[in-house]
Design a protein around this ligand. Structure first.
Ligand SMILES: [Zn+2]
Length: 145
C-alpha cells in the first residue's frame, strides 16, 4: 500500500492510497483520480517525503526542471529536493512576483525559490503558475557531506 500526497488544480492537498505505483499511474491515466473537496480531475502528485510545512510562510520553488516522476524512496525525494534548492536562485520575498512574471513571459524562465505566504501560493496555483511548496527539512540547503 502506498500513500501519495496529491494536489488538485485549485490547490487542495489530500492523500491518495494506492496498491502500487502502477495502480496510481493507471487510475491517473483513466481519469479516475479526483479531488475529494472540489472533484477536480486535475490531480498532481507532490513529493511526499516528510509532511509539507505550509503554515503562514512556506518556502516554494518553481517546478521547472523537476523530474516528472518523483522517486519512491524518501532518500531520493530528499536528494531531488536538495538538488532543486541548489540549482535554484533564492529570490526571497520577491518569489510570488517573480514566479508570476516568469509565467507571464515577462522574465526568462529559471528555477527560483523563496518565501511566499499561503495566500500568495493559493493565488499562484489558481493562476496556473507551477509552484511547489517545499518542506522545511534540516540540512536541505546544505551541500551533501
Ligand atoms: Zn480541489
Amino acid at each position: 500500500m502506498k500513500v501519495f500526497n496529491l494536489r488538485c488544480g485549485s490547490g487542495h492537498s489530500f492523500e491518495g492510497w494506492f496498491g502500487s505505483e502502477a495502480d496510481y499511474d493507471g487510475q491517473l491515466e483513466r481519469g479516475l483520480l479526483e479531488c475529494p473537496l472540489c472533484a477536480s480531475p486535475q490531480v498532481v502528485r507532490v513529493p511526499s517525503a516528510p509532511r509539507l510545512n505550509l503554515s503562514t510562510s512556506a518556502e516554494t520553488s518553481v517546478t521547472d526542471g523537476m523530474p516528472n516522476h518523483p522517486q519512491d524512496s524518501d532518500g531520493h525525494v530528499l536528494a531531488a529536493l536538495r538538488q532543486l534548492v541548489q540549482q535554484s536562485q533564492d529570490v526571497g520575498s520577491r518569489f510570488a512576483d517573480q514566479a508570476r512574471r516568469m509565467h507571464n513571459g515577462e522574465l526568462p524562465q529559471r528555477a527560483i525559490r523563496g518565501e511566499a505566504t499561503a495566500k500568495q501560493l493559493e493565488e499562484l496555483l489558481e493562476d496556473g503558475v507551477p509552484v511547489l511548496p517545499l518542506p522545511n527539512i534540516p540540512g536541505l540547503k546544505e551541500p551533501l557531506q
